[in-house]
Design a protein around this ligand. Structure first.
Ligand code: FMN
Length: 283
């Protein structure tokens, strides 16, 4: 009967182990879209009509349950959270304030398994509506990086030739002169470039990617790697189709952010100061 079928569909995205469920309603409280209904102390969680279609599979319902009573169908529960393993404030200070934009790299290539480890962890960064649309392209071939950088310099040459006001703003004349003498002011001769991409038209790709690469940068730093946002490269890719063609992202995907990666050649001894945060309190 159609009615039973719909009910079955709605329930099938979660499963409740009734021998474990304490009817405490925690799963219902954390659901961002209020897709579960529980009468605390009286009823087991029930999916509201249409819940299966609206669920974003964030896993909060499953993760908050202290009794392991709820299964989000088709999604692993994940490992146990251990708050005692969290870094303390001093460790976090060293991580956040000790991270530097690295512009002088060793020639040594970065082991792929190390970059992969950083990506696999950074990939847990939040995405809008848990859409998880961000893809990663890692380029670690020296000639390929040289070719791509040359395309980015062609873009700079074009800005200069067309009297584009950005030429002066970005100081492209000096950067081009440097490139001609073997200095790379775009990718800094980094042995690796990490590019993120998202489906064209997704809309929040830049925001999601920024969070992913910010997370990646901190993880990479903790693993002895150095990184630097490749802002010039990103601007060039947005503007210069030969660079986009050379990047050859998967069909329908567009570049959302880019970051250099490699082993730092130099070691910083201090945590440089920054202006105090501008905070407006209202209460
Ligand atoms: C969005 C963005 C784009 C950037 N692009 C470049 C770049 O193209 N080249 C570069 O050398 N540094 C780039 N940087 C690095 C900044 O210059 C750097 O973060 C800033 O000077 C502070 O230094 P720190 O990262 O070591 O704290 C970029 C940083 C951000 C956040």
């Amino acid at each position: 009967m159609p009615c039973d079928l719909r009910e079955e569909e709605e329930m099938s995205f979660i499963e409740i182990d009734e021998s474990r469920c304490q009817k405490d309603g925690l799963c219902a409280q954390v659901c961002p879209f209020r897709l579960l209904a529980v009468e605390v102390g009286r009823s087991f969680p029930q999916a509201v009509p249409g819940a299966g279609q609206r669920c974003i599979r964030c896993g909060h319902c499953q993760a908050v349950c202290p009794h392991g009573a709820l299964t989000l169908v088709g999604q692993e529960a994940g490992p146990v959270f251990r708050p005692e393993k969290l870094p303390d404030v001093e460790q976090l200070t060293q991580l956040v304030r000790g991270r530097r934009s690295i512009r002088v790299y060793r020639k040594k290539p970065v082991e792929r398994r190390l970059v992969q480890r950083c990506i696999d962890l950074a990939h847990y960064a939040p995405t809008a509506r848990n859409s998880q649309q961000i893809g990663w392209l890692v380029i670690d071939d020296k000639e390929e990086l040289h070719r791509l950088t040359n395309h980015a310099f062609d873009w700079m040459r074009h800005l200069l030739a067309t009297d584009d006001p950005r030429a002066e703003h970005y100081g492209v004349a000096g950067l081009i002169r440097g490139w001609e003498k073997g200095r790379d002011g775009i990718l800094r001769q980094a042995p690796g470039l990490v590019v993120t991409f998202a489906p064209a038209g997704y809309g929040l790709g830049t925001m999601d990617s920024t969070i992913h690469l910010t997370t990646f940068e901190l993880i990479a730093f903790s693993q002895g790697l150095g990184t630097c946002w490749a802002g010039f490269f990103q601007l060039a890719a947005a503007d210069w189709s030969p660079l986009r063609q050379a990047l050859a992202l998967p069909d329908g995907q567009e570049l959302t952010a880019a970051m250099m990666v490699g082993y730092p050649r130099l070691r910083y001894q201090r945590l440089p100061e920054r202006r105090a945060a501008r905070v407006v309190w209202r209460g």
